[in-house]
Write a protein of this length. Structure first.
Length: 349
């Protein structure tokens, strides 16, 4: 059974997750290892959210943060380093989910616990897994697109492109499975599919440009697995002079994606404030530090897990889901280029 969590402001989410946890555990070293810098979320949301939660849960704890910049070898070095520095728990968002199995085995041999974060580690169970429901995300964004195409009168049999995430990321595989479930059950056909190395937007842009040359106006929609790949696809469409743009999905609710949605260039994204999962990971860390076993809400890859269910955001509900809930502010999103569209949507006056 999946855990459901209302998408309110991140501060409220963290407060809810931290309620009831004991403060002031014995000082310990905890590592927070993130996978890449292609997405700004890790520096802007995940780590700040985790650090803030740990400061409340364990003020004497030392938190080490590292980002592997999409380099699995570098992440292995960082993993070894933090254990040498005395980390008793490692929160790991793996660059390469298969390679991370060896890191879990090594950690367990030294009585170090590993919490898989955002991306699962299928081959060797971690001590816990905290994430949004990635398969559900893929299915939600693709179904949203299918419903939009049908409502817009796009004929059955029309074609869409599918842009998946990194082939080394197990979470990307789950998102892909969700996309497949929605598209395979629809009346539309997948013209071409691509696994984007390292989630790199330029690679997604390059792929989309090639498919525009190949299929042209037959592309009626694009299911992109995150906002970075969506941005790459939209850049390719604009460079090719495609007008109007076909609807393009996304995921992560980045600032750039929210602006594209407001402008009408991107169709949807997923609102999943990373602070929610970061605070949940900190809560699991605190429970382990107390010598207790955190209660699983579900299980994935034989790993006790907690998976949160996020919301799809389109132009129609962006005010309610993003601004009314305090996830972003008009001052940050509604810059000069988007001022008129923000007023049109009632985000600003």
């Amino acid at each position: 059974m999946k855990s459901k969590f209302p998408l309110a402001a991140a501060s409220l989410a963290a407060t809810t997750l931290l309620a009831g946890a004991a403060l002031g555990q014995e000082a310990a070293t905890v590592a927070f290892l993130m996978p890449d810098q292609a997405s700004t979320r890790y520096e802007e949301h995940d780590f700040p959210g985790f650090k803030a939660a740990m400061e409340k849960l364990c003020p004497k704890c030392t938190v080490i943060y590292q980002n592997a910049n999409a380099d699995a070898t570098l992440q292995q070095q960082q993993f070894n380093s933090v254990i040498t520095q005395g980390a008793k728990i490692v929160v790991l968002d793996p660059v390469d989910s298969a390679a991370a199995a060896g890191l879990v085995q090594m950690a367990h041999s030294q009585d170090v616990k590993v919490i898989a974060y955002d991306r699962p580690i299928p081959d060797t169970p971690a001590d816990y897994y905290v994430s949004f429901d990635n398969k559900g995300i893929g299915q939600a964004i693709a179904q949203s697109l299918v419903d939009h195409l049908k409502a817009s009168g796009v004929a059955a049999g029309a074609g869409v492109l599918q842009i998946n995430g990194s082939p080394t990321d197990a979470a990307a595989g789950l998102i892909r499975d969700g996309i497949d479930a929605a598209l395979d059950g629809s009346e539309y056909k997948t013209l071409a599919e691509y696994d984007t190395p390292e989630w790199a937007p330029p690679k997604a842009q390059e792929f989309t440009a090639g498919q525009i040359n190949r299929f042209g106006a037959d592309i009626k929609g694009i299911v992109a697995a995150n906002d970075g790949t969506a941005g790459g696809a939209i850049a390719a469409l604009k460079a090719a002079g495609v007008d109007p743009l076909p609807p393009v999905t996304g995921n992560d609710a980045t600032v750039a994606a929210l602006q594209l949605i407001i402008a009408g260039d991107q169709y949807n994204t997923i609102s999943k404030p990373s602070e929610i999962v970061a605070a949940a990971a900190a809560n699991v860390v605190a429970t382990f530090l107390k010598g207790e076993t955190p209660e699983p809400k579900t299980s994935l890859y034989d790993t006790p897990s907690e998976l949160f269910v996020p919301a799809v955001v389109t132009r129609e509900n962006i005010k309610a889901e993003i601004f009314d809930k305090g996830i972003q502010t008009p001052e940050e999103i509604c810059t000069a280029d988007y001022a008129d569209a923000c007023r049109e949507l009632g985000i600003t006056k």
